[in-house]
Ligand binder design. Structure first.
Ligand SMILES: [Mg+2]
Length: 397
């Protein structure tokens, strides 16, 4: 089996409402580049990568000379061709490689008649648990959804997600409003769902001192973990030494070299969870196959998937039942591209373009720094200033 061609198509798939985070926002759509790798025996393998839009499409296409003639079963050779850490020093290709590797595993599974999880050791489970992923959202005029800012609004949103999907673990994406606002919302969620577990992730927006203060204030909650409260290995090490909650990161330990440093510093407590990058169905399938094969997957996985209004795979959107999603049963990744939807959402991308993850369309003068001090202010506190004095709405600056 040899690769003969590859295609890359960038799509924009609408969200129910824009998602706010500490660095900016997802502006009402996810932009993803769908990769199709074709072999000499006519098989097509699917891959997906996030963000980047046209640049991602161009970068994927530029890998064609590396890939034509390559046997998709040779995954280690694929890594070294694309990701040799010294040869690709000035071209960080980790995401590009991941998208191509997904496609090669899809091809290998289709060729051999096995599932992707079988290449990772085989499935230990056929369903993977997911957490609700609770974002503060801007209201979306098209769908009439979103607008969550307060504790009551967030609890109502969590109740709806739990009713629809059965989630038993809840992740609050914090760092948009001041830390005490996140604290109030988080404690309200914990009080509303006493049987469930929780994780708080302000995307490293807080100082070490604020992280310790809030961490101590949530110690009585049934926490899964405290994710990236502040920036940097040394900051996380210091938080960990003062807070009795397992810590987690997807920002300061993202490769094996950093893992070695993290273990030496004892900076972050390690368990296994599965992170999310705003995936469509192809990447969700990779997360499900990985989740099927990891023995010590003791935490629910994160996914943005339920915030999407549609997908680019055939059939309806993948579902959660009792907070769990089934591992696909077909060969390879187990998904088939819906070419009509691919064209529909490629056209949407052409008409709407990309968006900057680290900009907030409703706060155009603001940009994120770490630690953050110029937080957004919830509308309610703007309407109801305390003691007759107007509150400091830092986003006016
Ligand atoms: Mg995170």
């Amino acid at each position: 089996m040899k690769i003969v061609d590859l295609r890359a198509t960038t799509v924009a798939v609408p969200l129910e409402a824009p998602l706010r985070h500490a660095n900016g926002a997802h502006w009402g759509r996810f932009v993803r580049t769908i990769v199709e790798v074709e072999t000499d025996d006519g098989l097509i393998g699917l891959g997906e990568m996030g963000g980047g839009g046209e640049a991602a499409e161009t970068s994927i296409r530029a890998l064609k000379p590396y890939l034509v003639g390559h046997d998709p079963l040779q995954l280690e050779q694929l890594y070294w061709k694309i990701c040799n850490p010294t040869a690709s020093l000035y071209n960080n290709r980790a995401q590009l490689h991941a998208a191509i590797e997904f496609a090669c595993m899809d091809l290998a599974g289709k060729k051999l008649g096995i599932r992707a999880c079988d290449m990772l050791g085989g499935a230990l489970r056929e369903e993977v648990p997911f957490a609700s992923y609770l974002f503060y959202r801007y209201a979306d005029p098209k769908t009439g959804l979103g607008g969550e800012e307060t504790a009551d609004q967030m609890v109502a949103a969590a109740r709806k997600l739990k009713r629809e999907h059965g989630f038993r673990s809840h992740k609050l994406k914090g760092g948009v409003f001041p830390p005490d606002h996140d604290l109030e919302v988080y404690l309200a969620l914990a009080a509303e769902f006493p049987e469930d577990s929780f994780r708080l992730d302000p995307n490293a927006a807080w100082s070490v001192e604020e992280s310790i203060r809030i961490g101590r204030a949530i110690e009585t909650v049934r926490n899964d973990y405290f994710e990236d409260p502040c920036w940097g290995l040394e900051g996380m090490r210091r938080v960990r030494s003062f807070v009795k909650i397992p810590t987690a990161t997807n920002t300061v330990v993202v490769n094996f070299e950093q893992l070695a440093a993290c273990i030496r510093l004892n900076a972050i407590e390690w368990g296994i969870s599965i992170h999310s990058s705003g995936e469509l169905g192809i990447q969700l399938a990779t997360m499900l196959h990985l989740g099927a094969a990891i023995p010590n997957l003791t935490f629910a996985a994160d996914a943005h998937y339920h915030h999407l209004t549609d997908d680019i795979l055939k059939g309806c959107k993948m579902r959660y039942i009792d907070g769990k999603s089934a591992v696909p049963t077909g060969n390879g990744l187990g998904g088939e591209l819906d070419h009509d939807k691919l064209q529909l959402y490629a056209e949407l991308f052409r008409s709407t373009g990309g968006y900057d993850y680290d900009r907030d369309p409703q706060r155009p003068q603001w940009f994120a720094v770490v630690p953050e001090t110029r937080f957004a202010q919830p509308k309610e506190s703007r309407k109801a200033p305390k003691k007759g004095r107007s509150q400091n709405t830092s986003d006016r600056k």
